[in-house]
Design a protein around this ligand. Sequence first.
Ligand SMILES: C[S@@+](CC[C@H](N)C(=O)[O-])C[C@H]1O[C@@H](n2cnc3c(N)ncnc32)[C@H](O)[C@@H]1O
Length: 251
Amino acid sequence: MTGYDALAEVYEWLISDAKLTPAEFAAAFDDVIRLLPSNARVLDCSCGTGQLAVGLSGLGMQVVATDASAAMVRRTEELAEEYGASLRTVRADWHELTDHFDVASFDMVFCVGNSLHHAEGARGRFVALESMSRLLRPEGRLVLTSRTWELVRAGGSRLDIRDHLVRRNGRDALVIYRWEIAPHWEQEHHIEIAVAQVTADRSVLVRSELLSCWPYRYDELGSELNRLGLRVEKSTFDPEAEGYMVVATKE
Ligand SMILES: C[S@@+](CC[C@H](N)C(=O)[O-])C[C@H]1O[C@@H](n2cnc3c(N)ncnc32)[C@H](O)[C@@H]1O
């Protein structure tokens, strides 16, 4: 199950205030973007609603944006149109990427924003990372961000109701995450996300989706990258922090 077709409609309520615009989203990756040549060819392979892809295009890069969810790809196209950004979009699961693009044809591949845990188990994750790796030219870089699953699992199954309303498009919403943590790391876990919008007449409009995910330890991810010839060049992993970024270079 890939999901996100229902959440695509309300995804802005799930994006942090600091990363709402394409320029702000891309600025969060300034450190890696500055390593790129000016006309770099980049792929965002879980583009969501397109903020990063449109932001990168605004910096002059040749951008391709892909996602498994058709609704997410449509939202990326709409955002690109709104900003007059030129980019190519394709609906593609990670394992299908090499059907669409030549190997060694990208300078940088992004897989950011809590996406990789949707790959099905260790096998699915390896296949996904392998596809991303194959698309990178030698010395190209894979940029991944991840939840710290060690922390998420330690918290157990729970309901996480945000402590403030989020305002987007003139409307407030309460965001709720329900975590179903399985007994073992390798089992399928679930996150149910609900966005409850309060409308002008005080009725509540709820959009929710149950998503499958397969957690992984930071060390596991590191060895999988190594096996694929991706050398970890930078990592912000901190076992006490909610999330981290890994930048790995193709040898
Ligand atoms: C949490 S969203 C992150 C979106 C965006 N990168 C961001 O940071 O806002 C996860 C994205 O991964 C996509 N996704 C999930 N499974 C996928 C798969 N197997 N192949 C490609 N994309 C997938 C979802 O459709 C969704 O858009």
